[in-house]
Every structure is written in C-alpha cells, then in structure tokens.
Design a binder for this molecule. Structure first.
Ligand code: 3VV
Length: 194
C-alpha cells in the first residue's frame, strides 16, 4: 500500500534483527511483562489479556478475543483497541531481542471490520534494526490463523534505558514494581520490555 510514512522505512545502514541467544524457545508463551499492563497484564481487569508466543527468528504470534467492552460501533471492535493489540504484539518482539524499547511510531491499516466475539490472530516480526531504532510489522487475521487480514501495522520502536520508566513513571507504581518480591516478575517489569 502506498502512503506509508518514510519514517517507517529503515535507513540504508539498517541490519537484520538478531534473535538473542537467551530468547524464549519458539512456541513458548512470553507471559505478561507487567501484571497491570493494559495490553497483556493478567491482573488488569480492563485490559486486553493478550497472550504472545515466541516464533522462529524474531517473530511472535498472539491472540486477542474481542469482548463487548471493546466495541466502537455496535457489535464491532473499536479501532483504537485493535491498534493497542497490534502495539502490544509488536512490543513483545523486543523480548526476543532482549532490548527495552517503547513505541515511537505506529501506523495502522484497517482492512475489514472485526465483530465482537472474534479471535484476532496476530503475527509480528522485526524487519530491521538501525542503532536504537527497531522496525517491525504485524498483521491481525480473523476466522482462523490463516484467515483474511483484518488489520495490519508498521511500527518503529526506540530502544531506551530502564531509567526511561523510573524517571517518567508515576512514583507509586514505580515503588510498587521495585518492591515486587518475586524477582522474576520484578526483572520482567524493569529489565526487558515486555
Ligand atoms: C511502573 C512500573 C514499571 C512498569 C514496567 C515498565 C517496563 C515495561 C516496559 C514498557 C512498557 C511498555 C509495554 C509495551 C506496550 C507497547 C509499547 C508501548 O505502547 S510504549 C508506550 C508508548 N510510547 C511512549 O510512551 C514513547 C514516548 N516517547 C519518548 O519517550 C521519546 O520520544 C523516545 C524515547 C521514543 C525517543 O526519544 P529520545 O530522546 O530517546 O530519542 P530521539 O533522539 O528523539 O529519537 C531516536 C531516533 O528515533 C527517531 N524517532 C523517534 N521518534 C520517532 C517517531 N515518532 N517517528 C519517527 N522516528 C522517530 C529519531 O528521529 C531518532 O532517529 P536518528 O537516531 O536521529 O536517526
């Protein structure tokens, strides 16, 4: 499709992404990076409860079931919620690179309406890396993992230090996350996104 922003085109010196040797094995569920995350947190009652799974290379798959709380038009998913599902899936790719990164740009195409009750089957991959810039792309299919593409997105994530969260987050949540007694959960919240 034409009209894509040039900011999402990797520069000439970009390189192919490298899967981290300690990345979860293909097929493994990644789990939530933070239990209160709106996209993936298991303790977030208002969230999407998206579950991402490591794929081959620097790819992930994820599933998101559209609930009545996710409506925009009657019986149809809200576009912003679908963008969130794409953003979260794309964000989970950084787990395979073991890089902390935040979304800089997210460009979404809506190709088909997505009714309430639908399972959205998401696939995402990192296409290139240039310094701190991570280029990625995702599609969401309906009717099954091989079904037609309903939504897709291209994204640019920017690598950040953990200080990004400590300096910018609200102190209450930062303190609570740092006090997390479970070391694995604490490390996931702070060291690797997501
Ligand atoms: C509280 C307890 C703990 C909680 C747990 C925390 C850990 C868990 C981890 C994370 C949670 C997220 C979970 C994933 C959810 C899905 C992901 C999201 O939704 S993330 C949220 C939305 N995104 C933002 O809030 C970014 C806000 N923006 C910024 O902070 C800055 O703008 C930032 C860091 C993105 C860049 O700022 P700079 O000062 O570091 O760097 P500069 O120099 O501006 O940019 C670097 C390069 O990137 C390009 N760039 C930056 N933004 C761009 C854009 N929008 N479009 C195109 N290019 C861009 C620039 O042109 C530059 O390129 P050249 O190196 O010069 O070639």
């Amino acid at each position: 499709m034409s009209g894509r922003n040039t900011a999402l085109t990797p520069p000439a010196d970009a390189t192919a992404p490298v899967r981290h040797p300690d990345a979860p094995a293909p097929g493994e569920l990644l789990g939530a990076h933070y239990e209160h995350c709106f996209g993936c947190g298991e303790d977030q009652p208002h969230g999407l409860h998206l579950e991402s799974r490591a794929g081959e290379g620097v790819r992930v798959t994820a599933e998101f079931t559209v609930k009545t709380a996710h409506q925009g038009a009657p019986g149809l998913a809200h576009g912003g919620v679908l963008a969130t599902a794409l953003d979260e899936t794309l964000g989970s790719l950084n787990w395979l690179l073991r890089v902390i990164a935040v979304t800089g740009r997210l460009e979404t195409d809506y190709l088909r309406p997505v009714p309430v009750g639908t399972v959205l089957y998401l696939e995402a991959e990192v296409t290139a890396v240039a310094g701190r810039k991570i280029y990625s792309t995702a599609v969401g299919r309906i009717g099954g993992p091989e079904g037609p593409v309903a939504v897709r997105a291209d994204a640019l994530f920017i690598e950040v230090k953990v200080d990004h969260f400590i300096e910018n987050g609200r102190p209450e949540e930062i303190r609570a996350a740092m006090a997390e007694p479970d070391q694995v959960r604490r490390a996931r919240a702070f060291e690797v996104n997501p």
